[in-house]
Each structure stands twice: as structure tokens, then as C-alpha cells.
Design a protein around this ligand. Structure first.
Ligand SMILES: *Cc1c(COP(=O)(O)O)cnc(C)c1O
Length: 414
């Protein structure tokens, strides 16, 4: 196979014109492909993702529902899946809902060799009227597009995919448990499907969505976790891809998690740089509440979006709610870097109010201790407490919106 550079040079020699694309369809991948490979389809007008073209093939063997109490995260799936193919020459193909099934991939498929994969995690919730809701799906669509574009996979119209996910969720509605804390976890996934060992932009891709009914992260109420600060491995770095939800970011995180677990810690805490900035815990963003040494003002802090943390939808929701509802009570809300020694000092001086993780799976996850350089940093919980005040409040505020108890623009009715 010719290298991309050879092809680019060749096409430059031929002086081939670029086919016209609507701006929403222009991606690094499509741009490259348009430039390099569109000669044979010179009139090509790449098709955008179109929800109105959806076809549905229903299963003939509906599954039995798992009792709520036996649900395990990500182990069982609904009857169907949403599947949409893309090719560089034609764009997005007909969206299809089909029975949940295996994928068939040639062993040379690029996703298996070079990790052309990105994904999202979001949930569908049953509200008290029996309706079904998504939470800020536009955020997940925007993030998937960013992840996809970064690895030369195609982008898509997020509103169209949200509509399609709505149809999928309606069809498999019976799998959404009708109980507080329960939901249907949705996993939109994009993979490169080109059959080639050549390293280059995939000429074809598959966007699929599968769904798994899940129970509450804390079935018997909050249980505070303890973290081990990891100082020997780095999850993400400026200019890297740790701020994208790429599959390739996750496998290397398991060993540090196992290391932490072997010493009795539920998650590890990723520090960055010589300054030992606090970035994230496991696969959750981290919030710390500290009382200011001089002024005594309470400050809720999370790391800024500098490329070393994932841009969590829950993180953004916590920040927005805190600005709206805590700031008027005198809180300062900050996106700023915090060094681990600063946190340790605040703890030693009794100024560390609480610490919690934030992510779609748990909403918020309270932290009791952080192991750091052989010390246990006490994150401010009383012995008999499993969660701090802000942690509890955030869970209640966000859940009320997710389950539609509070009508709010973040809640999307399917
Ligand atoms: C998905 C994820 C989060 C949380 O994002 P949410 O959108 O809130 O679920 C945080 N950190 C990492 C590394 C993640 O992959």
C-alpha cells in the first residue's frame, strides 16, 4: 500500500479538485480523504448522519429481564443495538437498529492494531410519570466528536445521533428499571473498521450504541472510598490525549489501580508533574473543598481543563450548580491547580472540608483518606459519616434533574 505522503504527493501532482463538503462534515479524516482519495467519487457529496432514515429490525428472541438487585454494571445488555457505518467516500450510511449481536471484523481491522476507538458514557432515566430522559446528551455528543476527530475518525451531527439514541432507548424501554438510582447505561462507541495494517486515517468506521441496565453505584447509601496518590505513572500530559475518551487511555490505567488496590485503596489519584498537581481519581474528576487560611472563606476547587483531565459532564454540572447555588452562600468556586502538598497542609491544619470524585457512574463519590508519601491525608469526614455536606447536596441536586423531579434544561425527554 502507498503511504499517505506518497498519495498526497501523487494527488497534488494530478491537481485533483476537492469535493465539496458541508462544514459539519469536514473532519481531519474526511479532509484527508477528500484530498487524497476522492478522485473516483469526484461528485461525492458526503452524506451526513440522518436520523430520519432509521431502519429497525426487531429481535425475535427478546431477553428476560434481570431482577434489579442482580444487575451488575456493564454485564448484561438490552435486546437491540444502534449501528451506523461510515465510509470516507460516501459519508454516513443508513442508521440501523438491529438485534444485539457480535461484530464480525477482519483480523487486520485497524481498530485492533492501532486503537482507532473512542466512546462515551451516558444514561437514560425513568421519571415519575413513566417518561424517559437523558441528561445533557449534547455534551456527550460534542465530546465524542472531539475524541473522534482527534484520531482521524469521522464526526457527525450530534442532534441526529441524540434523536437516534432516543429511538433506541424507546424501543428497549422495558430494560430501564423504574427505581431511584437505577438507569440504562448507554455506550456510544466509534471504531475504525478499515482492513489494513497500514498506519493511516481509516477509510471506514462504525458508530454503534449498546445499552446496559445498571443499579445505583452505592446501593446501601454512600460509602466513602480511599485513594492512593500515584507518583510513579502519569495518565495524561499537556498536549496529549488524556482529555479525550479514547479507549487507548484506559488499559494503561489498570496496573496502577491494581497497585492501589493491593494496598487496600479503592482508586488511585493521578498526580501530575514535579509540583504534584491533583488531576483525577481513577476515572472520575476530583473536587476538594478547602477553607482559606487567611480569610476563612470556603472554596470548592477542581482542576482546570488544561489537557491533563477528562472534561467530565458531571464535573461541569457540579461547577455550574455550585456557581448558581453555593456561591450566593459565600463559597468561592474555582477551576485551578492544587498541589498535593497544599491539600496535605490544609488537612493538617483542619481546613480540608471534604473531597469527592465526580462522574456519570456514581454522580459523586466521597473520599475519606488519600495515601500520599506514606501518610494518610484525612479528607475531613467524621468517623460516623460516609459523605460530606456538599457531596450529599450535589447528588440530590443532580439526581433531581436526571430523574425529572425538577424541570431543568439539562434534562432531555425522549
Ligand atoms: C468519563 C470520565 C470522567 C467523567 O466524565 P463524566 O462525563 O462526568 O462521566 C472523568 N475522568 C475520566 C478519565 C473519564 O474517562
Amino acid at each position: 500500500m502507498k503511504s499517505l505522503q506518497q498519495l498526497t504527493r501523487q494527488k497534488a501532482l494530478y491537481g485533483l479538485p476537492m469535493a465539496r463538503l458541508r462544514p459539519s462534515q469536514v473532519t481531519p479524516a474526511s479532509r484527508l480523504w477528500q484530498r487524497n482519495f476522492s478522485a473516483t467519487t469526484s461528485a461525492a457529496q458526503l452524506a451526513g448522519l440522518d436520523a430520519s432514515k432509521l431502519t429497525v429490525a426487531k429481535t425475535e428472541t427478546p431477553k428476560e429481564l434481570i431482577p434489579n438487585k442482580d444487575l451488575v454494571f456493564g454485564k448484561t445488555f438490552t435486546d437491540h443495538m444502534l449501528s451506523i457505518e461510515w465510509t470516507a467516500t460516501e459519508g454516513w450510511q443508513t442508521p440501523r437498529i438491529v438485534p444485539y449481536q457480535n461484530l464480525s471484523l477482519d483480523p487486520s481491522t485497524c481498530v485492533l492494531h492501532y486503537a482507532f476507538e473512542c466512546f462515551e458514557g451516558m444514561k437514560a432515566y425513568k421519571d415519575h410519570t413513566g417518561g424517559t430522559r437523558l441528561f445533557r446528551p449534547n455534551k456527550n455528543m460534542a465530546r465524542l466528536n472531539k475524541s473522534s476527530a482527534r484520531i482521524a475518525l469521522p464526526t457527525f451531527d450530534g442532534e441526529e445521533l441524540t434523536k437516534l439514541i432516543g429511538e433506541f432507548v424507546k424501543l428497549d424501554n422495558r430494560f430501564i428499571p423504574d427505581a431511584r438510582g437505577y438507569s440504562l447505561y448507554l455506550r456510544p462507541t466509534m471504531i475504525g473498521t478499515q482492513k489494513t495494517l497500514g498506519v493511516g486515517p481509516p477509510g471506514s468506521a462504525l458508530l454503534f450504541v449498546i445499552a446496559s441496565p445498571v443499579g445505583p453505584y452505592y446501593p446501601t447509601g454512600f460509602k466513602a472510598v480511599s485513594l492512593e496518590a500515584t507518583d510513579y505513572a502519569v495518565r495524561a500530559w499537556p498536549g496529549g490525549v488524556g482529555d479525550k475518551k479514547l479507549g487507548a487511555n484506559y488499559a494503561p490505567c489498570i496496573v496502577p489501580q491494581l497497585e492501589a488496590a493491593s494496598r487496600g485503596f479503592q482508586q488511585n489519584l493521578w498526580l501530575f508533574g514535579e509540583e504534584e498537581y491533583i488531576t483525577e481519581a481513577g476515572t472520575m474528576n476530583l473536587f476538594v473543598a478547602i477553607k482559606n487560611k487567611e480569610t476563612g472563606q470556603k472554596e470548592l476547587i477542581t482542576a482546570p481543563l488544561d489537557g491533563t483531565i477528562l472534561e467530565g459532564v458531571t464535573r461541569d454540572s457540579v461547577l455550574e450548580l455550585a456557581r448558581e447555588r453555593l456561591q450566593p452562600q459565600g463559597w468561592a468556586i474555582s477551576e485551578r491547580k492544587v498541589r498535593m502538598p497544599e491539600l496535605q497542609q490544609a488537612a493538617e491544619e483542619g481546613r480540608l472540608i471534604e473531597v469527592f470524585g465526580a462522574g456519570t457512574a456514581a454522580i459523586v463519590s466521597p473520599v475519606r483518606y488519600i495515601s500520599y508519601r506514606g501518610n494518610l491525608v484525612d479528607c475531613g469526614l467524621k468517623k460516623e459519616e460516609e459523605a460530606g455536606e456538599i457531596t450529599l447536596q450535589m447528588k440530590n441536586w443532580i439526581e433531581a434533574i436526571q430523574y425529572g423531579d425538577e424541570s431543568h434544561p439539562w434534562s432531555y425527554e425522549v
